[in-house]
Design a binder for this molecule. Sequence first.
Ligand SMILES: Nc1ncnc2c1ncn2[C@@H]1O[C@H](COP(=O)(O)OP(=O)(O)O)[C@@H](O)[C@H]1O
Ligand SMILES: [Mg+2]
Length: 348
Amino acid sequence: MATDRAVSGFQLARPGATSARPSRPGDVDAATSPEETLSEDALLDLSLDLAGHDVEETLTRLDAELIGLANVKERVREIAALLMIDRARRRFGLESSRPTMHMSFTGGPGTGKTTVALRMAHMLHALGYIRKPKVHTVTRDDLVGQFIGHTAPKTKEALAKAAGGVLFIDEAYYLFRPENERDYGQEVIEILLQEMENERANLVVIFAGYPDRMDRFFSANPGLSSRVPHHLEFADYTHGELMSIAELMVAGENFRFDSAARTAFGQYLTARMTRPRFSNARSVRNAIDRARLRQAKRLVELARPLSKSDLVTLCDADIYGSSVFSDAKQDAKQDAKQEVQVAPCPID
Ligand SMILES: Nc1ncnc2c1ncn2[C@@H]1O[C@H](COP(=O)(O)OP(=O)(O)O)[C@@H](O)[C@H]1O
Ligand SMILES: [Mg+2]
């Protein structure tokens, strides 16, 4: 059980003690008994907690692999610190209630909520707070039944799948339909509330969605709101951040932009950001996928032997092929078209 694991995993820093390797929660051969309560004058070295190493690794990766999100990263660090200290306190026999870890992630589409939820699950697992580093994602349709009597079994099934890990409820506000007083969503909320209170359920619930709608959802459900102490806000990315995300994604797939493609992608983003259904980093990923399609077609049509450089390079024509540039309503159209005409793709 998580509470057992939460107290283990530390190496004791005691004068004269040999420094054995740090221990991890669940290690059977940990040098000190994980259950041993420390004496009043013992000193506990947090840096020797291997769970802490896992957490540090997760936080370092979060910093390196996710652009921006400074406030989210800060909140994740705070949550990690809270759990590390909770573990340390238990080693001294200091009982307190298990910290509540239910959260809300508010932000537009493609701002990194699902990605951070996965990292969060790894971190909570490393710290022994949950049994498995898994996120089970659901939306209203996975929880609410069509007919009377169908909702509770559906919700319970979802809870069973998520048990021991994280239940991520995307667009959670759709659970609440005030205009329809007989809506089954209310039943889901009541079942969730019970499960969120149940420590043995070993479950973390994350409610995710657009900020304004989530605010209204929590205001209308104060019981729920009071059980969700951690609110992480995911802002829309700036143009510069989206460019950095694009570079990261392109490099991650062993591609690269040549300099004209980089300029073209900047123009693409400027135009795309003002258009409907813009979804932050997700739109960037989709744009790169489509650029890869155009690159592939361009390379096949070259009908000549290809170099490694051909295969890795996205050039401006691969970007300017986007319909964003051919939309007559877009201001970007004129500039972009001119660029396409004057900037043929380099051959290698
Ligand atoms: N800050 C970021 N840095 C790099 N990639 C990101 C960042 N935020 C999101 N992504 C990527 O964008 C895509 C969409 O992110 P996702 O977490 O699904 O967003 P959301 O759940 O908020 O809609 C994923 O491929 C994710 O890896
Ligand atoms: Mg998502």
